[in-house]
Design a protein around this ligand. Structure first.
Ligand code: ADP
Ligand code: MG
Length: 478
């Protein structure tokens, strides 16, 4: 890669980091996002290298949607990102000051820093790059994830009541371990932290340890390498409650599984509670040894389903209340009916709306919602927006014909409507750049250029912004 290219990527990366301001907590940015190294920016994809797999999992699972959004805001709609684990690149490019002191030989999962000794309560272990617990330390409990903040609905009722039962009577064989499974962003981590908080509130002397399975693996590997297995075991065998998250990442890691199995048995057999989460039920964990599967399923297994409409509404209301923002009921319903798969996305949509409204000084209403969320929302249920629909509405507005728009004419009275139509096709449909190009008899780079131009105009020119909003509303049929 040439020096110019490197500089260009770095300046784009800087833009992305700037856009995180106010959206992702600065501690999280400092610790997890900014250490990523931009390696390429081609075909609208920003590739970032990280030193350890934990960082990739953490950013993707916790901030995937928000960060994707930020990348689009910084670089333009259509841009995506990908995180690769490549310690060589990540280390080589690190600022000297950010480099760890003695860069030992690294494996994919290796971390170089020493951890702090266990303390009582939630044990603040140091993640990579720090020597003390940071507020968003992934190995300590998130203060926001309490039972109070958890909205119960049909989809999570069973998990919620079991979590409560465990919090009230930890260690009972019938619910030890408590195994919670379900899709991403549905509240598994939240529930598990809620139990931890409740235990600590009732018994401040209890030692509760939360750890993501990937971090357990890293710590295990590091302990072997540094010949500190005694300390590792001492730590894990002496806790009162183990919250172990996303154990699907143990798949295929035989040594870690064996070690974890021992920890599990030690705790379980002496009546100490274990809560585990996974994206699938124990029986479906193909790469896990059978004896582990049967042990994991030997307590209570509960699942969390995607939230139904009423729960989504309640979650949005609760979140608005927490953020102390008034969101009209029709806006809540509007979002809840369109973002229906995952709670993290639901929260992401609301955060983005609030931020957009305050930045643009617009009221929080449906119009702002459409403008702020654009293709974040999955369109009207059962009604797919097509390029033909967009073309028809744009043509009607500008009083031009479909032939004009698809012709080679370059005069502004035709070129501008064409660019607007291309912009909207990208914003409102899932169609790719080349397909949009084909529809208008252009190649994909013309579409990308048109999109960029209109995007810039919506920022600098009030008339274009208003036009895009009004056309969007017509197309969506709101
Ligand atoms: P998972 O671990 O299943 O991927 P998380 O526990 O990380 O999901 O939840 C994603 C986000 O959604 C978190 O910010 C969490 O607080 C929120 N969330 C999930 N379920 C609920 C709920 N029932 N009520 C309120 N917030 C929720
Ligand atoms: Mg989780």
């Amino acid at each position: 890669m040439s020096v110019e290219q490197t500089t260009a990527i770095e300046s784009q990366w800087k833009k992305v980091l700037e856009k995180t301001d106010g959206i992702i907590h600065e501690e999280v940015v400092k610790q997890w996002i900014s250490p990523m190294i931009p390696v390429s920016l081609e075909n609208n994809e920003l590739v970032l290298a990280v030193d350890v797999v934990t960082r990739k999992h953490y950013v993707e699972s916790r901030y995937g949607v928000l960060f994707g959004d930020i990348v689009q805001q910084a670089l333009g709609t259509g841009y995506t990102f990908k995180i690769i684990v490549d310690p060589a690149i990540a280390d080589a490019k690190k600022e000297p000051s950010a480099q760890t002191e003695a860069p030992a030989e690294k494996t994919e999962t290796a971390e170089a820093e020493a951890e702090t000794a266990p303390t009582q309560g939630s044990l603040p272990l140091a993640p990579e790059g720090t020597s003390a617990a940071a507020p968003d330390d992934p190995t300590s409990l998130n203060p926001k994830y309490t039972f109070d903040a958890f909205v119960m609905g049909r989809s999570n009722q069973f998990s919620y009541s079991m979590a409560k039962a465990v919090a009230d009577a930890p260690g009972l064989p019938a619910h030890n371990p408590l195994f919670i499974y379900g899709g991403v962003g549905l509240g598994k981590t939240h529930l598990m932290h809620a139990v931890g908080h409740k235990i600590l509130a009732d018994h401040p002397d209890k030692r509760v340890l939360y750890i993501a399975s990937a971090d357990f693996t890293n710590e295990f590997i590091r302990s072997i390498r540094e010949k500190r297995m005694d300390a590792f075991r001492e730590k894990y065998y002496n806790i009162d409650m183990l919250l172990i998250d996303d154990i699907q990442f143990f798949a295929g890691q035989e040594q870690t599984q064996t070690e974890f199995f021992q920890t599990f048995n030690k705790l379980r057999d002496s009546g100490r509670q274990i809560i585990m989460t996974s994206d699938r039920q124990p029986q479906d964990m193909k790469d896990l040894e059978d004896r582990l599967i049967s042990r994991f399923a030997g307590g209570t297994v509960v699942d969390i389903q995607p939230p139904e409409f009423e729960t989504r509404v309640a979650i949005l209301q609760k979140k608005a209340q927490t953020e102390q923002v008034d969101i009209p009921e029709d806006v809540v319903t509007y979002i809840a009916s369109r973002v229906d798969s995952n709670i993290r996305e639901l929260e992401g949509a609301l955060t983005r709306l609030i931020k957009y409204a305050s930045m643009m000084r617009m009221p929080i209403d449906e119009t702002t919602c459409v403008a702020a969320l654009g293709n974040y929302l999955h369109g009207e249920k059962g009604r797919r927006i097509t390029m033909e629909m967009i073309e028809r509405i744009v043509c009607t507005h500008f009083k031009v014909t479909s032939e004009d728009i698809r012709s080679t004419k370059r005069s502004n009275d035709i070129a501008y409507p064409r660019q607007i139509a291309m912009f909207l096709c990208h914003e409102l449909t899932e169609v790719s750049w080349p397909t949009i190009g084909g529809f208008f008899n252009r190649d994909h780079s013309t579409v990308i250029h048109a999109h960029k131009k209109i995007q810039n105009l919506t920022e600098s020119d009030g008339a274009t912004k208003a036009l895009i909003e009004s056309l969007t509303i017509q197309i969506k049929g709101i």
